[in-house]
Each structure stands twice: as C-alpha cells, then as structure tokens.
Write a protein that binds this ligand. Structure first.
Ligand SMILES: [Zn+2]
Length: 275
C-alpha cells in the first residue's frame, strides 16, 4: 500500500510538450488515467509562452507581468517566494535535475558551468541539484540523474526537467515525427521510473512550461503553444477531472505542489490550488 503521508512530490516539467502531443503519444500516462490511477487536466501557460518566464511562474505562482521575468533574456534571481523557498522554510529537502536557468532563478547568479553544475546540500532554495547547460541534452540522462537523486537524497520535492521535446520541436516543428517521438520517449522513460517513485511514496505531477507550434517556436497565444497537460498521479480524494474540466491557469501549479506536500501556499500565490 502506497502512503502519501510524507507529502513528497516529484514535479516533472517536460519542456515544450503541448497538450495534443501528450495525449496522442504518452500511452503510459494516458493508461494511468484510463485505469483511474491518475487524472489529467489542461493547463494554460502564462504569457509570453516562453521558458524562463514560465519556469518562474511554475515556481512562484505569479504571472510574468507580476514577477518581471518577461523574457528569456531577463536573467536574474527570483525575487519571490516559491515552491522551493516554502518547502525549505518547512524543513523539507528540495532537489532539482534541470536546465541551469532553474538554478539561476531559484539560487541566483552567477551560474558557473563547472562549479555550479553539481550542488550537494547547498544553502539556496534548491538544496541538491544536477544542472545541464546544453539544450541537446538527452532525456534518458535527466531521468537517470533524477532516479539517482531519489535514491541518494530522498528529496521531499524533486523537480525533473527534460529538454528534448523543446529542442526537437524547435528543430523539426511541433507536428513533426521527431517531436512526437521525443514525447513518446519521455513517456517511456516515465514508465520506467514512475512505478518505483509511487512505491517510494511520491505523488508525481507531469506538466510542461509551454507547447510548440507547427513551425517550431512558441511565445504567443495560439492553443498549440499555450495548452499543456497537467497529469497528477495518485490524486487525493475529490480530484475528479475529466476532459470536460475547464483549463487551469499555470499560476495554480505552485500552490497545488505545496498543498500536495501538506504545506500552505505563500500569500503571493493567489491562484487557487487545483486540489
Ligand atoms: Zn523553446
């Protein structure tokens, strides 16, 4: 019997994964939904639908217009409370296997490509980290490092951030065969890890920062770039989302993560939790 009393969460943010492709290609996750072990609803990405603004929104529950990270080129540390600051303040162990921009936002700058790529029990909001800097970075490596993090640190909150869907989507387009294959690979990598994570008492969220348009970019308002999936594996009682459930605001991700951990959202996280 799996227990969630510890309130441990693994938040998987698949960079550039749009809703339509997730539903079409991610048979493992959709199988969990069909079996009643997970629920899915649509999340609408913040604007601009770009990575660094959305990373900050996922962490803080604020829109770019409010947190100020309005471009990939606004490069500074977050000024707001986040899922990581709140977890650390509650004495929980935090970790991330992610692109270096997450480290810059959460833990600060400068980010040295050599010295800062491995972080063990640091003082910042992300306590343990493995960070990569090259966007053609293979997803299997990300999931293997995530598994290593689970076994080594047993974090209460682990961010897992694979990049292949975004990279391949920019190269080949959001309706291309390589993009669909990247989503299918991420699903298969999840299929290899999620059963063990559930056994270890984690609730797992799988979502994305933004999607990808057919022509291979994102940033604007069309559904292909704004509609992303939000899977919640082993949802608590009362979560009965279906295809008829209206889309949720991406600002709701942060308070939802904290609620799943048994923690109160920060006062700045004004979007209602999804649970
Ligand atoms: Zn991108």
């Amino acid at each position: 019997m799996t227990s969630h009393e510890a309130g441990k969460v693994i938040l998987v943010v698949i960079d550039g994964l749009g809703l339509t492709t997730a539903v079409r290609e991610m048979g493992f996750l959709e199988g969990l939904v069909a079996a009643g072990a997970a629920r899915r609803r649509t999340v609408t990405s913040v604007l601009p639908s770009l990575s660094r603004p959305a990373y900050e929104s996922i962490m803080t529950g604020l829109a770019p217009a409010d947190h100020g990270i309005t471009s990939n080129y606004v490069i500074r540390r977050s000024e707001f409370r986040s899922i990581f600051t709140e977890a650390r303040a509650a004495g929980r162990v935090t970790a991330a296997v992610a692109f270096s921009w997450f480290a810059e936002l959460a833990n600060g700058l400068p980010f040295d490509p050599v010295d800062d790529r491995e972080l063990d029990d640091g003082p910042g909001p992300i306590q343990h980290g493995r960070f990569y800097l090259m966007t053609p970075f293979p997803d299997p490596e990300v999931y293997w490092m995530a598994e290593r993090m689970v076994r080594r640190c047993a974090p209460d909150l682990l961010l897992v951030h694979p990049m292949a869907c975004d990279y391949v989507g920019h190269e080949s387009g959001g309706e291309s065969v390589p993009y669909r294959r990247a989503a299918a690979l991420s699903d298969d990598l999840l299929a290899q890890r999620v059963p063990g994570w559930r056994e270890a008492g984690y609730r797992v969220i799988v979502t994305a920062d933004h999607g990808m348009c057919a022509d291979g970019f994102h940033g604007g308002t069309e559904p292909a770039v704004r509609e992303v999936p939000f899977y919640l594996i082993d949802p608590p009682e009362g979560v009965d989302w279906s295809d008829d459930t209206p889309p949720a605001d991406q600002r709701a991700v942060a308070p939802t993560v904290l609620r799943l951990m048994g923690l109160d959202p920060a006062p700045s996280m004004t979007a209602p939790s999804l649970i």
